[in-house]
Design a protein around this ligand. Sequence first.
Ligand SMILES: Nc1nc2c(ncn2[C@@H]2O[C@H](COP(=O)(O)OP(=O)(O)OP(=O)(O)O)[C@@H](O)[C@H]2O)c(=O)[nH]1
Ligand SMILES: [Mg+2]
Length: 351
Amino acid sequence: MQTNIYRAKTIKEATARVKNSLGPDAMIISTKRLRGKGENDLFEISAVPGGTETYNKISNPFSEVNAQLMSIKEMMLLLNHSDSTIEKLMVNPAALTLYAKLIREGVDDHYARNILERTGALKEGSHHHADNIKKKGIKELMNVIDVTDPFEGKDNNQIIAALIGTTGVGKTTTIAKLAAQLMLKAKKKVGLISIDTYRIGAIEQLKTYANILGIPCFQAFKRKDLLFALRKMEGRDVVLIDTAGRSQYDRSRIEELKTMIAGDLAISSHLLLSVGTVQSEMLKTAISFGPLKFQTYIFTKIDEAERFGSIINQIIKLRLPISYITTGQNVPEDIERADKRNILNLLLNKN
Ligand SMILES: Nc1nc2c(ncn2[C@@H]2O[C@H](COP(=O)(O)OP(=O)(O)OP(=O)(O)O)[C@@H](O)[C@H]2O)c(=O)[nH]1
Ligand SMILES: [Mg+2]
């Protein structure tokens, strides 16, 4: 298969040339920056037409992060973000691929560039250290991803944890999954409490799970009910508190929940966020639940999401660790303790 070579004064022009000649589905094989005198550098793109199997056989300069070529369409998308970044990255396919991946996943452009900057990929002569840059990029991402397990107590103190979040995000299901895992794997004694000041029937779902697991389950409408339930559960290693879904716009209900669980009770809270949620909504949710001083994120519905950049954006914006991720509707299987490598894999290694 013949590779076509296009050169132009800017990367935008070179990309446009490929598009005019081979169409938007053309695949980029390699990019180069040819040094000229003064400002006269040339940008070179080697490309093949899109739509046939042949590309797989062509040796792929982007394979360093993942065996996937970039199409002209994708390149144009990246150029909309920042052509100066792309020009700097041209000489360094590993860095360009990493940048492309992060943008594709929906990582904010600002954060993606920041990560690359810290690897040194945007500096002159960075292509001499291409391998290093990929490694550094991964290291920077690993540094951003913070994980913790709230149920891994060093001492034998009781752990009380409330799951909070918007309606339908997966609180009750996640409690059932957690309860089962803690019982079966960690051999903990678990108890459940449902705090729902509004819906009478809200407890039924939780009770069903509690019955299956053979563990106690109380409902609390008022703070005194909660105190009563907690007293009843004094001998339990872990008490999980289910809360009613609150709209992120309903500040009064969030305040109400705060008066219920905040204060002298040693209850930690954990915010559930569905990974597929639009970024701006995710941030709004985290901010409106802020008064509850949650300590970790639990990202739910990983199985339904196609892009995972929102996880990175969220943990950079509001620096908090991730404790768990949930990966489906099956109780109790579809839950995992947050793991840096797994999260990085979601982000970087898929086709
Ligand atoms: N695909 C998928 N579905 C999930 C996941 N977690 C929960 N669900 C589903 O999401 C729906 C809502 O789950 P619940 O646990 O009832 O959500 P909730 O936050 O307790 O909802 P409210 O109590 O009404 O606020 C159910 O159909 C769950 O099966 C997940 O990780 N993946
Ligand atoms: Mg619920």
